[in-house]
Design a protein around this ligand. Structure first.
Ligand SMILES: Cc1cc2nc3c(=O)[nH]c(=O)nc-3n(C[C@H](O)[C@H](O)[C@H](O)COP(=O)(O)OP(=O)(O)OC[C@H]3O[C@@H](n4cnc5c(N)ncnc54)[C@H](O)[C@@H]3O)c2cc1C
Length: 259
């Protein structure tokens, strides 16, 4: 849909096909026959999502985000609450360093080992050399975050009490299974940009507050949605110089027929 917005702005004609009955993919939602909004669980928008904010502004949805206080809450067994509190008069990276040093979510020993692991990570390099750090992070795609973190001195307790909850909150899988690249990419942004770890939450369901306004922008400019139409095949060819290019899509109406 964001591509459709850009193409329409450039004067192209746009048709969008989706095999589902509602628009927006994972950012979509619909109302069921009992009046409940059914959605995928997408609520969290970090301060570093500048492209999304630009798109929301363009479609008039920029006031649909509620800014959360700059602190992250861990609700532990028994209702014991831990905090990773980024509120600090000075910005990145000091606000993050003090948050990790002061957090009550980890014991002093785990905190110290955590600090060593983070100090030895590309996150620190990112403060001086962001491009070099991101390249280093990309090379960590074939190692799990747990293996990477523990090889740098981090503890299993930190994984269980802090990093697994952080991964789940980001909509990721657990640290034993997710690559170090995913986790360290977002931490690098957190360490270098004060706003990056500041969350915004959508005011309500996406079809009202996010995909809906984008849809309106698209249809107001002549874009067309075709729901329950699926792409069956991507048609491609080779140009005389050997380049493969897409020449079309085979689209058909979705049917539940088994034949
Ligand atoms: C539980 C969860 C929580 C998340 N939370 C957040 C969050 O808080 N913040 C955030 O920024 N990101 C979040 N994400 C990630 C974000 O939702 C995705 O990165 C983003 O929506 C991907 O957009 P997309 O358009 O590439 O794909 P999708 O949103 O997956 O859209 C693909 C669309 O293509 C359609 N389709 C598939 N195959 C065909 C076919 N053959 N023919 C026709 N149509 C087809 C599908 O029906 C779907 O509508 C979350 C993801 C999940 C699963």
């Amino acid at each position: 849909m964001s591509t459709a917005v850009e193409l329409l702005d450039q004067g192209h004609e746009v048709d969008l096909y989706d095999s589902r009955t509602f628009i927006g993919g994972k950012v979509g939602s619909f109302v069921d026959k009992h009046g409940n909004h059914i959605e995928m669980g997408l609520h969290v928008f970090f301060g570093c999502y500048s492209n999304l904010f630009r798109l929301m502004k363009k479609v008039g949805a920029d006031n649909n985000l509620l800014v959360k206080e700059h602190t992250h809450t861990f609700v532990n067994k028994g209702g014991i609450v831990g905090e990773l509190d980024f509120r600090f008069p000075v910005g990145a990276p000091l606000h993050g360093i003090q948050a990790f040093l002061r957090t009550n979510q980890l014991k002093v020993y785990d905190k110290a080992r955590n600090a060593v692991a983070l100090a030895l990570s590309p996150v620190v390099r990112a403060l001086l050399d962001p491009d070099g750090a991101l390249q280093q992070v990309r090379d960590l795609d074939d190692v799990s975050f747990t293996d990477w973190f523990m090889s740098r001195g981090g503890t299993r307790e930190s994984i269980t009490r802090m990093w697994d909850p952080v991964a789940y909150a980001l909509g990721f899988i657990d640290c034993d299974n997710i690559s170090a690249r995913c986790m360290l990419t977002i931490f690098t942004l957190f360490a270098t940009k004060t706003e990056a770890s500041l969350l915004r939450m959508l005011k309500g369901s996406p079809d009202v507050y996010l995909s809906g306004p984008i849809k309106k922008y698209i249809t107001d400019r002549g874009g067309r949605f075709h729901l329950r139409w699926g792409c069956r095949e991507v048609l491609y060819d080779k140009s005389p110089d050997g380049e493969t290019y897409v020449k079309g899509f085979l689209i058909s109406k979705v049917s539940f027929s088994s034949t």
